[in-house]
Design a protein around this ligand. Sequence first.
Ligand SMILES: [Ca+2]
Ligand SMILES: [Ca+2]
Length: 314
Amino acid sequence: MNHKMLRHRQQGVALITALLIMALLASLSLRLSWDNAMDVRRTMTMLYHDEGSQAALGAESWVMSMLRDDAEDSQTDHLGEIWAAEMPVLPIESDTIQGVLHGNVQDLQGRFNVNNLVRQNGNIDQQSLEQFRRLLEVLNIDPRFADLSADWIDADQNAELAGAEDAIYLGMIPPYRSANQHLTSVSELAALEGMDKATFDVLLPHIVALPGRTEINVNTATFAVLRSLSDGISNEIAESLMSERAESGFANIENTFAPYLGAEVARGLRETSDYFQLKVVVQIDTVRITYFSVLQRDPQRGTVVPILRSFGTI
Ligand SMILES: [Ca+2]
Ligand SMILES: [Ca+2]
């Protein structure tokens, strides 16, 4: 090999080395800028999430004071009151953030409290069980789920005729046990034997799990819950009751319901509420937060406190 050829070869190696270094640097810089973009995105998402959570808690404070004012200003609770109106879409704006917030408040005592199915001593309350069966029939759902729910909550392991206890649930894959105590969330009923999502979604707007035994506010009760009060309340009667109460509630619930209900059931009715559910949806950029809060109002003390908060699902 002469000198000329050797020099050419050395130059070729140097060129390839230089190209390799260039390629390496380019890929490194691409990687760094990608990581950097991801870091910025992650930080912004966390920031938006924090801001969104704060906005949801702000909305909760606002609704709590609205419910306190309502207790001072009115003797009854009905769907024409300000708390029952859908919240307008409110802007969330600052130097760095732009988003929106909307939500609503629902009266939870317009629904059937599944914890009414079982008395404090752990035994099934037959009257509430019958009412739940009627509610399911009105909704075209198998009334067997009333017995299943009662067994799920009652203290014992004796299955009702159409019910189920651990003997059934332990045979499932995966196996599980019934709660045998009062519920904190109706979502537990999704675990009932034979319950599917479609059925549960139909049932959900009409049921609630409130602490202890509660009465039903007929001013806010759903159509199906009104019908469930008695076999004597037909579709037509329930429709006329709905139009009688309109948006300002019944003038006199005793007189209105006396023809349809026995004294025992009538005692479980009222025209005020102590439990409400706030739902807030916050959207900032691509971050969306859904916040639920169950609020308990004590009209005697004039207080409203959150008793169950959750992000995402009820
Ligand atoms: Ca009121
Ligand atoms: Ca049981």
